[in-house]
Design a protein. Sequence first.
Length: 633
Amino acid sequence: MRIRTFEEYQQAYAYSVEDPEGFWGEIAQNFQWRKPWTKTLQWHFDEPNVQWYIGGKLNITENCLDRHLADKGDQPAIIWEPNDPSEPAVTLTYKMLHDQVCRFANVLKRNGVVKGDRVCIYMPMVPELAVAVLACARVGAVHSVVFGGFSAQSIADRINDAQCNVVVTSDGAMRGNKSIPMKDTVDDALIGCPSVKRVIVLTHTRTGVSMIKGRDVWWETEMKQVTADCPAEEMDAEDMLFILYTSGSTGKPKGVVHTCGGYMVYTAYTFLNVFQYEPGYVHFCTADIGWITGHSYIVYGPLANGATSLMFEGIPTWPDAGRFWDIVDKHKVDILYTAPTAIRSLMGFGLDYVKGHDLSSLKVLGSVGEPINAEAWHWYDDNIGKNRCPIVDTWWQTENGGILISPLAGITKTKPTYATLPLPGVQPVLVDENGAVIEGNGVSGNLCIKFPWPSIIRTTYGDHERCRQTYFSTYPGMYFTGDGCLRDEDGYYRITGRVDDVLNVSGHRIGTAEVENAINMHTGVVESAVVGYPHDIKGQGIYAYVITESDPAHEADLMRRDILATVSRIIGPIAKPDKIQFVNGLPKTRSGKIMRRILRKIAEGDTSNLGDTSTLLDPGVVEDIKAGALVDV
Ligand code: 6R9
């Protein structure tokens, strides 16, 4: 599986394109299968229908846990760093994690969960979150992890879409000095979720919570009722492993579906090669398991390799902006995988917080979630990696399951702001607006992938047509990423950001339509339009133009706060607009389409050249909006 030189990368890449089935068939031999597959790949992007390792039987937890017990049983699988640095860290060896997962799998069974059921997990970043995820996989239940920053309404939408029958949560969560109710939020969500028959509640913050008789049970009490004997369920390679909801340019978030075999092979392969993991290394991915990065590079990818994965409960700025460096020092972290937004935020606090921490254990730095600007790249390289750690700028998406374009640490020559080259098995193409493939180097266009890799999205839960429409219909025969991209003279790829109406705020994907819908639910709001604008720390900020029924003039501030509260309630605090401008009208074409291009320019503070406004129904509104624009000076 392991690539060690650039020549080996080139050979692997060439092989993967010439003979994808041969290539991925060989890679998959490195795993434990209950029954071998009969055909490696069958695919059709039109439907779409992609199947890998057809007929193969396995359980991903046997690959992540059982098979390491003999020689790595006493090695740490998960190191957990709590929110409060004065509390002790927890280490779970492979044996301990296996024991916990088997026990919790039995708890799930005791509570009626059977293969194929959907289980919603809404938990803080504690080891039990990883345990719950793996326990689902062990019994063949489909996990749907919902990020802790989402509102009750968002949880309810996700539970209902997937018809989950069990929810796993905790009493509360601690993030920095904030205590966050989790069970309360779940209780609110469940008012509208008749499918849920059982809630399993972990005691973590010891805050008081309501426990409904016949529905709610305690994690700890349940764990006492079971043994650690739980044979893994035999799964088909194409059985569903999990659903993860993500935002698109239209409608409600969709449930991206990943399956057992291909996802396992791809996350394990990319983890090993991108980060060049060596036995004994401590891998610290700062993402939350509520996002795809946490699924693939805290849980499945590392554990499938028998690696040590560090999980951090807290935030980078508490108790102070040196927390990441404190953790690196304390746990002798070898690989740090974080997001540009975190780097930019820590950059702002200055180098005093970096000094005094021994960062000499670091070998590889990673970046994910959004384009990394040159300044942040160099700050990371100079001050954290001390110019001796390769930076892997990894580009990929929830729908991809694993990293698609990235340097291999220490092997691929890096270039600031470039994700560099596609991994073996990944065939990117740039296309123009008309769908024509753009050949050659020194070009830019929309990024598509023309051949399936093992962990490509299989469907959007409960709505296959939506999957086809969203990803496979814009450019027939290709998977469309929604990202713009340039390929430079060296053939290196640089992702320039979304070309659709999806925002990337602090590395979180948020659909403009989703935010607009939430704002429009606020009383007194007639219509709204949401666009992104460049934000120093978040990458993109959310700018909302709002038309209200009556002039909000003297109550504008209160109205703003109320709108924020509404968005928080409907989606979650992560979707709160940074700026709200009240307007009398929106720039619309004669056919009623909002011209976002103009609104984006105004939000960016670039009003000198708004382009052609002659097709507008009422060009006058643009002047009004410009006059009231909330631009930083
Ligand atoms: C893994 C993850 C996906 C979107 C993607 C793109 C942006 C992710 C990036 C990057 C530039 C990188 N993105 N990694 N842009 N360089 N290294 O983040 O998944 O939450 O689904 O977001 O994030 O725009 O389309 P997800």
